[in-house]
Design a protein. Structure first.
Ligand SMILES: Nc1ccn([C@@H]2O[C@H](COP(=O)(O)OP(=O)(O)OP(=O)(O)O)[C@@H](O)[C@H]2O)c(=O)n1
Length: 391
């Protein structure tokens, strides 16, 4: 049996980037031998094992054949006669299809090193098309390595276009799509991820309302949305902020639609985004306008906004909302430095939070009456705050 390091670890070492996770491929072995050596199988009929000590993944060299639509439709052929080259051919990109032996010798049958040098994301073979998720993966790698000068090779872009047109992306499960999308949004250039998806037609398949924005962009929202995503990366924003910033223009289209928030809701559901991402996207979609000019809001409207956010129990969610507003201000409106609108909102929230319950309880108030008195006191506090700031 021979063991090689493969995939991302080889690529990132050659790029001089930190290697976070090492995958191994095992040639000339059977599952029984692996288990006899103490490796633990990952699944019943998947030829991947975990090392007894390091927990790293060791996969038997395999070929993959697509037997149906979607990700379920894969069959594996793993056997001691599958060569390292066979295993590398089924991989997505040439830069991911390199291996390294125990002496640090690189095995590179598909020109991965040349493509690293040329800064090209190029598919290995037509087998690329067997997994439509790879369209998202390529866009994600483009987002990760854009700053190193990488771009998608023309022939790979053509293949991605074909895959998008075939409708195969529809067969991706929300879980697999979200895993790629969420990782891509956290890369240094999430805007490049979206642009690559747009260019190959995948955005139209995955997020039709976002794609439509690019087509009917009378007011130039899409360059602003892309710039906003870039700001998110430059300011290390967490995933919910980035997701909300991606979807924020849909909230602006909404006033004309019958159900505000519908487009955001649909995209949330489509990828089954986690709850915090869903919530923030809807809140940003809905309140971004009000948050741009909070000083012009009537005290009641400002109070309602803060109530809606449940700023008393969910302060971190409100902070993420303000962060998203800041990123939009920078990306869309080229605003630099401290954003007076979000400073105002944060101070208003602090004024409302400063209202104490204890004195009201000491007056003997309870239950609904206490709730109503607290609301009144907070509304008054906001009124005072606005009056002070107006001076
Ligand atoms: N749909 C996929 C998923 C994975 N791979 C191959 O499996 C390797 C390991 O996959 P993964 O761990 O997902 O990616 P990495 O390349 O290690 O990248 P990352 O740094 O994002 O983990 C990849 O390098 C690639 O060769 C593939 O060809 N097609």
């Amino acid at each position: 049996m021979r063991i090689y390091k493969v995939g991302g670890a080889v690529r990132d070492r050659l790029l001089g980037r930190p290697v976070t996770e090492v995958d191994w491929v095992v040639v000339g072995a059977r599952a029984e031998e692996m288990q006899a050596k103490g490796y633990r199988p990952v699944g019943a009929d998947f030829p991947v094992f975990l090392h007894p000590q390091t927990g790293e993944e060791y996969a038997l060299a395999r070929t993959e054949r697509k037997s149906g639509r979607g990700y379920g439709g894969f069959t594996f052929y793993a056997s001691p006669d599958v060569t390292l080259e066979d295993d590398l051919t089924r991989r997505d990109l040439t830069i991911n299809a390199m291996a390294e032996d125990e002496h640090g010798q690189v095995i590179d049958p598909y020109g991965g090193q040349a493509d690293l040098a040329a800064r090209l994301l190029r598919h290995v073979s037509p087998a690329f098309a067997e997994d439509p998720l790879r369209v998202l993966r390529v866009a994600r790698f483009a987002a990760r390595y854009a700053e190193l000068g990488f771009r998608v090779a023309d022939e790979t872009m053509a293949l991605m276009r074909q895959l998008a047109r075939s409708g195969e992306l529809q067969a991706l499960t929300p879980e697999r799509s979200w895993k790629e999308i969420s990782r891509a949004l956290m890369e240094p250039r999430p805007d490049v991820f979206i642009q690559v998806l747009r260019d190959c037609g995948a955005l139209a398949e995955l997020f039709p309302p976002l794609d439509a924005l690019f087509d009917n962009d009378r007011v130039g929202t899409t360059p602003g949305m892309l710039a906003t995503l870039r700001q998110c990366a430059d300011h290390d924003q967490p995933l919910p902020v980035r997701w909300a910033c991606l979807l924020h223009p849909l909230g602006e289209e909404d006033p004309q639609s019958e159900r505000p928030g519908q487009a955001i809701e649909e995209l949330n559901q489509r990828v089954k985004a986690p709850r915090d991402c869903q919530e923030l996207a809807l809140l940003v979609g809905h309140f971004q306008h009000a948050a741009r000019k909070p000083a012009t809001l009537a005290p009641e409207a400002l109070f309602d906004l803060l109530q809606h956010f449940d700023i008393y129990r969910r302060p971190e969610r409100f902070e993420q909302f303000l962060a998203a507003c800041d990123m939009i201000a920078r990306g869309r409106f080229a605003h630099e430095g401290l954003n007076p609108a979000t400073v105002y909102l944060r101070d208003a929230a602090d004024a409302a939070r400063a209202v104490q319950v204890k004195p009201l309880m000491e007056e003997g108030l309870k239950g609904a009456a206490l709730g109503a008195a607290l609301k009144r006191a907070r509304l008054e506090a906001i009124g005072r705050f606005q009056a002070d700031r107006a001076l």
